[in-house]
Design a protein around this ligand. Structure first.
Ligand SMILES: Nc1ncnc2c1ncn2[C@@H]1O[C@H](COP(=O)(O)OP(=O)(O)OP(=O)(O)O)[C@@H](O)[C@H]1O
Ligand SMILES: [Mg+2]
Length: 418
């Protein structure tokens, strides 16, 4: 019997870890390609799941593509996949080169770079916020007016992630700071990012995401996720609830997501499409990502519907039929923990205990680390989930548990303080 070998581009992170665990449980050998810096942070449990690894420099995409393909050929992999936002274009290139199921490599950057994505959305009539790509030329306010946009607008980097550098700007005076903020984004691996800044029409409404898997160009939507997002000029996700399919006109949202997915060349793999539904029922697709959702959404899908998204990702990457039948009819929600002031984390008090209704509680910040109110998803300190068979009970329980958690932060003395 031949061994099935899968190559994960970056195995760190909850979603990659879940895929590696699922693959290992199936008896597959799991390999990874990562950077030296990330590898040093792999814990023992993750290292034990892996049969082999290659360290490479992702900051040079040509060199990384050659290294990944050569390694994949050497170890004879049957699948290459990633859950890492920054590595989706590389994954598409490698899969195409190796003749394995993947996405259209010529469009893979459009599923990551929001300037290119806006052009694809426009060409495919995907309902989306109007987008202006700043040209670095004349006054930004003039460019906004010339494009027919008006305040509030959203300023964002072309190739950001985790809501970093995204600002809702209500008036011209705040533009310069927001553009500067959007400009300074770097990739997790130090790669040069597209430095262009986007100005987008502000879409007011409820935010959702559509979790989907595409195989051989046919897309199945697993569910609609309702997003809980913070207020203010720097929006960050503070929780998710699913399935939210009964919430709204999910058919219109699913249709918009299908158009967006097709427009950026998704053929084989998971996608996470973010959509805002306005009070008048219009859908505005904010973005599509060529990977499974982050923020524990995959785990929520598993707990609420019984569908195993990790198994489905593996099957699609291997070119085998995927199983998406729901076997459970529950609801699941996650709440993220964050500091409400800047300082040093002392402790997180009142965390719930894992039980049948609370499938996971995770803390990623350690006492003594510097914390601040969140400006991006990477500022989260931890999270917990609640599952149950009644949507409003699940929401209420999660809110009650969150109210019982106290995050103790001590001030940090400034240099020069007595
Ligand atoms: N055009 C828009 N109209 C209204 N709100 C927006 C718009 N674009 C972005 N936002 C808000 O800012 C958040 C982050 O924006 P966006 O999703 O574009 O950035 P990101 O870096 O890809 O974030 P993430 O990785 O968290 O999805 C969105 O979830 C939404 O709350
Ligand atoms: Mg987003």
């Amino acid at each position: 019997m031949t061994t099935t070998r899968v190559l994960l581009l970056e195995a760190a992170g909850p979603e990659s870890h879940a895929i590696a665990t699922t693959a290992a449980a199936r008896g597959y050998e799991v390999f990874t390609v990562t950077s030296r810096e990330r590898w040093d942070g792999y814990d023992t449990a993750l290292r034990n799941l892996l049969t082999g690894h290659l360290l490479t420099d992702f900051s040079s995409s040509d060199q990384a593509a050659k290294a990944v393909v050569a390694y994949a050929r050497l170890i004879k992999v049957s699948a290459v996949l990633t859950t890492n936002e920054y590595l989706t274009p590389l994954c598409a290139l490698a899969a195409a080169d190796l003749g394995l199921p993947g996405n259209d490599p010529s469009l893979a950057l459009a599923a990551r770079n929001k300037a290119q994505m806006a052009a694809r959305f426009a060409a495919y009539y995907v309902p989306a916020p109007r987008t202006l790509v700043l040209d670095g030329g004349c006054n930004v306010e003039d460019q906004i007016h010339a494009a027919g946009l008006s305040f509030p607008v959203v300023v964002k980097p072309s190739e950001g992630a985790g809501s970093g550098g995204v600002t809702i700007v209500d008036w011209p005076k705040a533009l310069a700071g927001a553009v500067l903020d959007a400009n300074g984004q770097r990739s997790m691996y130090g790669a040069l990012l597209d430095g262009r800044v986007l100005i987008q029409e502000y879409a007011n409404g409820q935010e959702y995401s559509v979790e989907s898997i595409t195989q051989d160009g046919r897309t199945s939507h697993l569910c609609l996720t309702r997003k809980l997002v913070s207020e203010g000029s720097n929006r960050v996700e503070i929780g998710h609830m699913l399935p939210a399919d009964e919430d709204a006109d999910s058919t219109a949202i699913f249709d918009a997501a299908s158009q967006a997915i097709a427009s950026v060349g998704i053929r084989n793999g998971a996608t996470h499409t973010e959509v805002i539904l306005t009070p008048t029922g219009e859908c505005k697709v904010v973005e599509v990502a060529a990977r499974i959702a982050a923020g524990n959404i995959g785990h929520l899908i598993r707990h609420a519907t019984g569908v195993d998204p990790w198994a489905a990702c593996l099957d699609v990457a291997l070119g085998r039929p995927m199983q998406l039948q729901r076997t459970s009819d529950c609801f699941a929600t996650v709440r993220f923990l964050s500091a409400n002031r800047s300082g040093r984390l002392v402790a997180i008090h009142g965390l719930p205990k894992v039980s049948s209704e609370i499938p996971f509680v995770r803390v990623r910040a350690t006492a003594g680390t510097r914390v601040a109110p969140p400006r991006s998803n990477s500022d989260r300190l931890g999270c917990f989930a609640v599952v149950g068979n009644n949507a409003s009970d699940v929401e209420r329980r999660a809110n009650d548990l969150l109210a019982d958690i106290r995050i103790e932060v001590e001030p940090v003395a400034k240099a020069g303080d007595a």
